[in-house]
Unconditional design. Structure first.
Length: 313
């Protein structure tokens, strides 16, 4: 009986020491279509994303603006609400679906009424206290928004490599698909990371142009250090890819069930934290001794296996 009590106490201590799972705030905006075909496409994608995020479980707060609600005023109000509710330990994701423009100097996202510039978008995002942020700009000319949006602890994914790729994009279609397809979970962690979703959508986009026998007019890129040029693949040398690889978007399978189970959410948070530690170690390996790297990696892997075992009980 004494052994059981000790075990229960240790178990309670272990759980109480685990971090609370962060809330993920999602704001999706389907901008002005201009034509019925685009209007329907943008709205449909935004609503599909809204539905799957709300069904994904866990601590997610989802805000979606479509139609007449996709205006500067409504967007500013929604971002203001998130800024008041979010905490530093939370995550924040902004998804822009629609048309964008770039005049060689300034990027603008096309909305109902006045458009909004990348600098104005950055100001709205800067007010959100969540330290880890992700902006997914799937619009035409979206690459032109990156310089204004860059900052440390914020990852930016854009459908185009620059503001000069101005044709309508298809990246958004495959981004939404990635969050629903288990094949996107390349590392089989039962969760889709921002990097996995980016890679999936990028490959699908390239295949689309190949199947249509068309010259690709969009080349997706990302930047997640706040200081470098955007890239199309992770690079340990300049640190690109660390944030997007550790930024969990949606859980799958058993992880999704755990996200819906209050008793297991802390364990899931611990698992995600350990996975981030392992990703960080890979990027810091070059600056560490082999012995220290192996020691820290082994410790994290053992702890990860233990947490995974607890989750599967």
């Amino acid at each position: 009986m004494k052994t059981v009590c000790i075990g229960l106490c240790l178990g309670c201590f272990f759980l109480s020491a685990l971090p609370a799972r962060a809330t993920v705030y999602w704001v999706t905006v389907a901008g002005l279509g201009g034509e019925p075909e685009y209007e329907q496409r943008f709205t449909s994608l935004a609503k599909e994303l809204d539905k799957l995020l709300k069904a994904s479980g866990g601590e997610a707060r989802v805000y979606t603006l479509t139609g007449n609600d996709a205006s500067r005023t409504h967007m500013a109000d929604t971002m203001g609400l998130v800024a008041r509710e979010a905490q530093p330990e939370d995550d924040f994701v902004l998804v822009l679906i629609g048309h964008g423009s770039f005049d060689g100097i300034e990027y603008k996202f096309n909305l109902v009424g006045p458009d909004i510039s990348a600098a104005e978008l950055a100001t709205l995002c800067d007010r959100v206290p969540a330290r880890r942020q992700l902006i997914v700009n799937t619009t035409s000319a979206s690459g032109g928004s990156i310089p204004a949006l860059q900052r440390p602890s914020r990852a930016i994914i854009s459908a185009t490599k620059s503001g000069t790729e101005k044709n309508a994009t298809v990246f958004a279609r495959y981004w939404v698909e990635a969050l629903q397809d288990p094949d996107a979970d390349v590392d089989k962690s039962e969760a889709i990371s921002a990097l996995e979703a980016f890679t999936y959508a990028d490959h699908k986009t390239a295949s689309f142009y190949e199947s249509q026998k068309r010259l690709a007019t969009e080349h997706a890129v990302f930047e997640d250090t706040g200081k470098n040029e955007p890239v199309r693949a992770p690079s340990v040398e300049n640190g690109e890819g660390l944030l997007v690889s550790s930024f969990t978007l949606v859980p799958l399978g058993a992880a999704q069930k755990a996200a819906n189970d209050p008793a297991k959410r802390a364990l899931l948070a611990k698992k995600e934290e350990l996975e981030r530690q392992i990703d960080t170690l890979k990027y810091e390996k070059a600056a560490m001794s082999q012995e220290d790297y192996q020691k820290q990696l082994r410790s994290a892997l053992v702890e990860l296996a233990r947490v995974q075992e607890e989750l599967e009980k």
